[in-house]
Design a protein around this ligand. Structure first.
Ligand SMILES: Cc1ncc(COP(=O)(O)O)c(C=O)c1O
Length: 500
């Protein structure tokens, strides 16, 4: 194992304690901010965020749901941002926030990092944002990725992580001649038809989010229980009777960015199992690539995947962040050109690999190397996690706190901690139906907590995840902890969140 302070994670925590604590959390009533505090929070938004309210109210008429992002904070209404810089965000009313959303993860250097911005500006002046033809920055980026992740012998840049996952599955099907794909329940691999299956809560298959997708879209997708190698092997065996598995795709620190943590040796063993049954092993490093370390999760876990999917940091927080790479024999199957005459995996994208995104990605990786950003962001994550754990203890709360370096999890309600994984469809459906009201109550409480954090100047990802960056100095983290304490001090035990 190669962990010598090159990676964001100082020590891997095996998942047993976390799963046990999450189970305890969901078998207790919800602890959330008191009703009086909730009223104060709503008042805060009404009086201090009038500009956001005006924009959000009008946006409802022109934008579906009033926001463009699934990760947008939208309770009691979305906050309109004016500026993101370093560790902070500022809304249109001039309120300042410590930013642990970090746009969902791409800004490992902190938002709008000056050294990258200045070069991007120059490129815009000299070249413009797009040419549609080859630009040297594409080569620089592909070589830079290969330097740090030798398994990525070739790299194709695409417009998003979603597209890159689609490409990786197509390659796997060509390479193996098989069709089925196994993913882990709860994992997010973008929103393509075949991957919106078993989203967020393991075992929910098509019942939670697959509306509008024909059954044929996910007919060849299977999900297995998180951190369960036995179930993975059983699924691989069953699939042999159905024509075989083309790929096993995993998120390296566990489904939904580590919300479903795994044992350290899970990835290595899952890879061995995939290969044993003739499937490719795909590492979806959209979140972990150049966040866990320059070597990505594959360097950290000592795993050589057949294909690696990239997104987020790959364009340094600039648009069109996606790509897939791997061993030449697989990645080479995406050969481009009007007609190659090859049996190839067809991929494309008008703005994919534009000079701006390619250069921003390349410079970002260079800056990560120069500043040791992944390790520093991980230290900030450790400090935040330790501080939150102390607060949870001080206020005697059942909350569960853990981190994988710069990915910090703060589970206050356990809304996402249920699991219906099973080979039996009926069992899953009954489980979902039985627990639906309790999950919904927990989701509402999670929104209340998220709103309280926001009113106290902390932006989180959906009230339960926090990404740290190079910009999160000790002072920033300590200030964030003071703000968290203000919220935790108002938390009370409710009678909600259990099956009645
Ligand atoms: C692990 C993982 N894979 C794929 C995606 C999809 O990437 P994108 O949002 O760029 O389409 C995401 C997005 O959050 C992700 O976290």
């Amino acid at each position: 194992m190669d962990t010598e302070q090159k990676y964001s994670i100082s020590q891997w925590e095996e998942p047993e304690r976390i799963y046990a604590d999450l189970k305890k959390l969901t078998s207790q009533p919800i602890y959330e901010i008191s009703e009086e505090e909730h009223k104060r929070v709503l008042e805060h938004f009404d009086t201090k965020c009038a500009g956001s309210k005006r924009i959000a109210t009008e946006a409802k008429n022109f934008i579906p749901g009033g926001v463009q992002h699934n990760l947008a904070f939208n309770y009691p209404f979305p906050i309109a941002m004016a500026k993101a810089e370093g560790a902070y965000m500022y809304d249109v009313d001039g309120n300042e926030y410590i930013d642990f959303l970090q746009a969902g993860g791409p800004t490992i250097l902190g938002s709008n990092y000056p050294a990258v911005r200045e070069e991007v500006k120059k490129l815009l002046d000299e070249c413009g944002p797009v040419t549609g033809l080859l630009h040297e920055a594409e080569l620089l980026l592909a070589k830079e990725i290969n330097k740090h992740m030798p398994s990525v012998e070739m790299f194709r840049m695409l417009g998003s992580g979603t597209e890159a996952v689609m490409a990786s599955l197509r390659i796997a099907r060509i390479a193996t001649g098989k069709k089925r794909i196994i993913k882990v329940g709860g994992a997010y691999h973008g929103w393509s038809d075949q991957m919106v299956y078993g989203l967020k809560i393991p075992g929910t298959r098509q019942f939670l989010e697959s509306h509008g997708i024909p059954g044929s879209g996910y007919r060849l997708t299977d999900e297995v229980r998180p951190n369960d190698l036995k179930m993975l092997e059983r699924m691989l065996k069953i699939n042999r009777l159905k024509g075989g598995t083309a790929a096993v795709i995993v998120e390296p620190v566990g489904a939904e960015s580590g919300t479903r943590p795994i044992s350290f040796d899970y990835n290595k063993k899952a890879l061995e199992l995939a290969h044993k049954y003739g499937a490719l092993f795909i590492f979806d490093e959209v979140v972990t690539g150049f966040r866990l370390g320059l070597g990505g999760a594959q360097g950290y876990f000592g795993v050589t995947p057949d294909l690696t999917v990239f997104g987020k940091v790959i364009a340094g927080g600039y648009p069109a962040a996606g790509g897939v790479g791997g061993l030449k024999k697989y990645a080479g199957l995406m050969a481009a050109g009007v007609a190659t005459g090859k049996h190839r995996a067809y991929v494309g994208g008008t703005l994919a690999a534009n000079p701006l995104s390619s250069l921003a990605g390349y410079l970002t990786i260079k800056e990560i190397e120069k500043t040791n950003a992944c390790v520093k962001a991980g230290q900030a994550g450790d400090r935040l996690t330790a501080g939150l754990k102390k607060l949870v203890e001080k206020y005697n709360l059942p909350y569960v706190v853990y981190n994988q370096g710069s990915i910090v999890h703060l589970e206050c309600t356990g809304a996402m901690s249920f699991d219906y994984s099973s080979f039996c469809l009926l069992k899953s459906v009954l489980g979902v139906l039985k627990n639906k009201p309790m999950v919904m109550e927990r989701k509402v409480a999670m929104e209340h907590m998220g709103a309280a954090y926001m009113a106290n100047g902390i932006v989180t990802l959906a009230g339960s995840r926090l990404y740290t960056s190079l910009a999160d100095t000790d002072e920033v983290i300590d200030e964030a902890l003071r703000r968290f304490e203000k919220v935790f001090a108002t938390v009370v035990k409710t009678d909600k969140g259990l099956v009645k």
